[in-house]
Design a protein around this ligand. Structure first.
Ligand code: CP
Length: 309
């Protein structure tokens, strides 16, 4: 079954052919947008964005994507500004969204919330982050960024994931997508923040080789360093967060000891784990990632609404 006209709930749902198609469509949209500001393909469509956890990039880029496609957006931001705060169930909220819109993107603190949403309504649902689960559209824009940096085509990508690999939902999605490209992976984290078993099993099944270490020096021989924030909001014991929050800091001095063509990625927001002295260095790919989110999310919206381009 094609990725089109479906919900996007997990990176696991994409085939290699789907990924090729999404990368190609994103590239064509990026090229088209360099010539005109609005593609005017979705005049009659409405996107609903339901963000029950904080967001800057994901919500704004989904909304910008819909506007650049000529469509319209309705949104609710934060539980306190929806009728969930008055005790309405998520199911009832979703039934309203189904009547008012053609597609919806949902961010929720509970893992699996977007899957439940997709089972409750008939319009396509996009998982825009479900707790410590997944963030598949971030994984896709990360993949597009790696592709644009020229590393996917080489067929021998070596990538290091750094920081909170246990709770980092963007990592959970990206590792699954990269398994289609035979990437070699290194996980750099404290023992307590290692990759959950569910994703180890997926990598094992895909015969992806990976190593685990505490040592940030492992960044030196990879093509991509994917750095993540320690996810404070997922810790039940705040002392644990305090113990790990400054575990790894990637700065200019460290990057100058790495491969000359390394890309330093981060889904953002960042705290101290990527130093600002790196921002103007050619390795810094994190603002590029956020920019690429627009093209990839335009591609996804077009595909889910089965609109040609
Ligand atoms: N990368 C990402 O999900 O950013 P936001 O939390 O700002 O949406």
């Amino acid at each position: 079954m094609s990725w089109k006209k479906q919900s996007i709930l997990s990176a696991a749902q994409f085939t290699s052919a789907d990924l090729t198609e999404i990368l190609d469509l994103s590239q064509r949209i990026e090229t088209a947008l360099s010539a005109k500001r609005n593609l005017k393909l979705l005049d009659d469509f409405i996107l609903a964005t339901l963000f029950f956890e904080p967001s800057t990039r994901t919500r704004l880029s989904f909304e910008a994507a819909m506007h650049r496609l000529g469509g319209r957006v309705i949104s609710t931001v934060g539980v306190q500004f929806s009728s969930l705060a008055k005790g309405e169930t998520l199911f009832d909220t979703l039934k309203m969204v189904e009547s008012y819109s053609d597609i919806c993107a949902i961010r929720h603190s509970v893992e699996g919330a977007s899957s439940l949403a997709a089972q409750s309504i008939q319009i396509p649902v996009i998982n825009a982050g479900d707790g410590a689960g997944e963030h598949p559209t971030q994984g896709l824009l990360d993949l597009y960024t790696i592709h644009k940096r020229g590393f996917l085509e080489r067929g021998k990508l070596k990538i290091a994931f750094v920081g909170d690999i246990r709770f980092g939902r963007t990592i959970h999605s990206l590792v699954q997508l990269l398994s289609h490209f035979g990437a070699e992976m290194v996980f750099i984290s404290p023992d307590e923040l290692q990759l959950p078993d569910k994703y180890r099993r997926l990598l094992d099944a895909a015969k992806i080789s990976y190593t685990e270490t505490h040592d940030i020096a492992a960044l030196r021989d990879v093509h991509v360093g994917y750095i993540t924030r320690i996810q404070e909001e997922r810790f039940t014991d705040h002392r644990e967060y305090e113990k790990f929050k400054d575990a790894y800091i990637v700065d200019l001095e460290l990057v100058e000891k790495c491969r000359k063509d390394i890309a330093i990625m981060h889904p953002l927001p960042r705290l101290s784990e990527v130093a600002t002295d790196l921002d103007r260095h050619p390795a810094a790919a994190y603002f590029e990632q956020a920019n690429n989110g627009l093209y990839v999310r335009m591609a996804l919206i077009l595909g889910l609404l089965d609109a040609g381009f």
